[in-house]
Design a protein around this ligand. Structure first.
Ligand code: ASP
Length: 361
């Protein structure tokens, strides 16, 4: 009798353990969660880099083949600088800073040389950078003589006890620290100056007419075309993001946009993602765009794609704003999300695969 009970127990426990390892066995929610996180882990790229050169009404019909080729070439040149740094084991912070330098030095973008004009016919530049490992950050606003504002943001983060400096004070610090300074005329470009004249002209016309649509001009509506930004993950698993801009054409009274605001224009956190924004700054500040994406991932468990979609396709347009972001998460997944007709953008993964985009599809 005892022998029978023993055999029965043995058979039962054998069957039970067979069942557990059978692939068809019923999975629990916990198993699913495990699989999803394993999948993410498996997807982990050694490093990754994504950049933007501004979002707006960028339509193929308004673009010449030469202009398109010029943008693509500059985006590629810039991202390859960051890619090489990451590939050689450099930090995501260095990759972000040096990549942005290339775009700041190009008149194609609204950052550094080629920045848009204020109403007073000056160029006032904003920038910020953030280290996802330490949550250190640096930002500068309204500078007119610092050739590469992203370098000043980095300097403020690395060398000063502050996060943000503005105007004359920021320039004095830049000079003291030996950054390259330029005459304000360095930032002049004819096309940006013409955009300012058109914006001023439109303002006059709008004062006399109700039908603003009649004066719709995509070049002017997107008076902010061309902010630049970068987000990167390095081989040590550290995330970083940075953004640099001239702001919006015809801005007045020392207006500062989202680009130098940590949490709005730039955010990085090794627990979630690194984000750089571009768009209508007033709305991006109020929506705290970059931090919101990180928070949705960290506190709500959303993927980067879901979080970016929620903020850019729902939250920002509900407030009335437009624009986009580029971001990379701690696994190396990259996302370019925008609610405008286009966004200049490029990505490179650890296999060296380059993807460049301008329009929606
Ligand atoms: N966000 C920038 C600003 O409002 C402009 C842009 O990104 O296009 O200053």
């Amino acid at each position: 009798m005892n022998k029978h009970i023993f055999l029965f127990t043995l058979l039962f426990s054998l069957c039970f353990s067979c069942g557990e390892s059978t692939p068809n066995s019923k999975k629990t929610a916990k198993d699913d969660a495990l699989e999803i996180s394993e999948e993410k882990e498996n997807k982990k790229a050694e490093f990754a880099i994504i950049i933007h050169g501004g979002a707006g009404t960028i339509l193929k019909k308004n673009m010449t083949p030469e202009k398109e080729a010029a943008y693509k070439a500059k985006l590629e040149e810039a991202i390859r600088v960051g890619y090489d740094i990451l590939k050689n084991g450099g930090s995501s912070l260095d990759a972000v800073e040096k990549t942005i330098n290339i775009m700041e030095d190009s008149p194609l973008f609204n950052a550094g040389k080629g920045a848009v004009f204020t109403n007073a016919e000056t160029n006032e530049l904003d920038a910020s950078i953030m280290d996802g490992k330490t949550l250190n950050a640096g930002a500068s606003a309204g500078t007119t003589t610092v050739r590469n504002p992203i370098n000043l943001a980095r300097l403020i983060m690395d060398k000063s006890p502050h996060v943000m400096m503005a105007g004359l004070g920021a320039e004095t610090y830049a000079k003291e620290q030996g950054l390259t300074m330029v005459d304000p005329s360095y930032f002049y470009t004819e096309s940006r100056f013409n955009s300012l004249q058109r914006a001023i002209e439109r303002e006059k016309v709008e004062l006399d007419h109700d039908d603003k649509q009649a004066f719709y001009d995509p070049e002017i509506k997107d008076s902010k075309f061309g902010t630049v930004g970068c987000a990167a993950l390095d081989k040590n698993g550290n995330l970083a993001a940075g953004t640099s801009t001239g702001g919006m054409t015809n801005k007045r009274y020392g207006r500062v946009g989202d680009a130098p605001i940590i949490g709005a224009g730039t955010y990085a956190n090794n627990n979630s993602c690194a984000v750089s924004s571009t768009g209508w700054g007033e709305y991006f500040i109020r929506a705290m765009v970059a931090h919101d994406i990180s928070a949705l991932m960290q506190y709500k468990g959303l993927t980067l794609k879901e979080a970016a979609h929620e903020v850019i396709q729902n939250k920002v347009p509900q407030l009335g704003g437009d624009g986009g972001i580029v971001a990379v998460d701690k696994y190396g997944n990259m996302v370019a999300e925008f609610n405008t007709a286009g966004m200049y953008r490029a990505t490179m993964n650890d296999k060296g695969e380059l993807v460049i985009g301008i329009y929606k599809n």
